[in-house]
Design a protein around this ligand. Structure first.
Ligand code: ARG
Length: 235
C-alpha cells in the first residue's frame, strides 16, 4: 500500500500483467511498454505522488491485489467496465480498443463473427473482456464449455493457436496487431466492443484518481502522450 514520506509525497506501487504487447511485456528481463512509460509520465505530473515500484500479477489477480492494498494502481490495458466498477474505480480513459478474432496464418477457418466460433476451440486470457465474450457464447449455448481454453497469459494462447491446439484466440485489437507482426497468425475479423482502457484505483482513493487524471491531461497537453504513441505503435 501507499506510504507518505517526509516531503509529503505519497509513494505508490503500480501493478501490471506483462505479456500484453506493446502495453506491457518483458524485454531482456525488464518490464517495458506503453503502459509503463505512460503511467510513469503521468505520476511524474501527478501532484503529491511518486511511483515507488512495479509489481507483476496475473491479469485476473490485479483487482484483488488493488483492493487488498498490495498495489495502489493498475496499469494493464484494463478495460473500464460496469462490472469492474462495482469493486474498483478508474481514471479517465487513455486508449480505445475492440476485440479481434485471431487465427493461424493460412487457416481455412476464417470466423467473421462470434457466432462462427460454434463448434471450434477457442482461447483467451483468464479474467479478460475477451473471456467474457466467450463466456456469453457458452451461457447462450453457442459454444461448449469444453471448447474454451483459458490461459494465464495471451502469448501462451497464441502458441497453442500456432500449434493447432486451438482454432481461434479472442484478444484486444491493438495486441492482436502485435502478434500478427511477430507470430504466424492473422486477424480474421474484429468485434466492435468499443472498449476503453483506464488506470485502476481503489474506490476510496479519489485523491489518487484526481491526481492521475490531472497527470493524464498534462501528458496529452505537453506532447508526451503523442510521443509515447509514436514510440510504441508506429509501424
Ligand atoms: N482489455 C482487456 C481487459 O480489460 C484485456 C487486458 C489484458 N491485459 C494484460 N495486461 N494482460 O480485460
Amino acid at each position: 500500500g501507499s506510504t507518505t514520506s517526509g516531503t509529503q509525497q505519497t509513494q505508490i506501487v503500480a501493478g501490471t500483467a506483462p505479456g500484453f504487447q506493446p502495453f506491457e511485456m518483458m524485454q531482456d528481463g525488464e518490464l517495458v511498454g506503453f503502459d509503463v512509460d505512460l503511467l510513469e509520465a503521468v505520476v511524474e505530473r501527478a501532484d503529491g505522488y511518486t511511483l515507488q515500484r512495479w509489481e507483476q500479477y496475473e491479469f485476473g489477480s490485479l483487482i484483488q491485489a488493488l483492493t487488498t492494498d498490495k498495489i495502489d494502481t493498475i496499469a494493464a490495458g484494463m478495460t473500464i467496465t460496469e462490472k469492474r466498477k462495482e469493486s474498483i474505480g478508474f481514471t479517465n480513459p487513455y486508449w480505445d480498443a475492440n476485440q479481434a478474432l485471431l487465427v493461424r496464418e493460412g487457416s481455412s477457418f476464417q470466423p467473421q463473427s462470434l457466432e462462427d466460433l460454434a463448434g471450434h476451440t477457442v482461447g483467451a486470457q483468464s479474467g479478460t473482456t475477451g473471456e467474457s465474450l466467450i463466456q456469453d457464447l457458452i451461457d447462450e449455448g453457442t459454444l461448449k464449455q469444453s471448447n474454451y481454453n483459458a490461459y494465464p497469459k495471451y502469448p501462451l494462447a497464441v502458441s497453442d493457436l500456432e500449434n493447432g491446439n486451438i482454432d481461434v484466440v479472442v484478444i484486444d485489437t491493438p495486441v492482436a496487431e502485435t502478434f500478427v507482426d511477430n507470430r504466424d497468425v492473422v486477424v480474421s475479423a474484429t468485434v466492435d466492443t468499443g472498449e476503453q482502457y483506464g488506470f485502476g484505483v481503489r474506490q476510496n482513493d479519489g485523491d489518487l484518481e484526481s491526481a492521475l487524471n490531472s497527470g493524464l491531461q498534462a501528458v496529452r497537453d505537453d506532447g508526451t502522450y503523442a510521443d509515447l504513441t509514436e514510440k510504441w505503435f508506429a509501424s
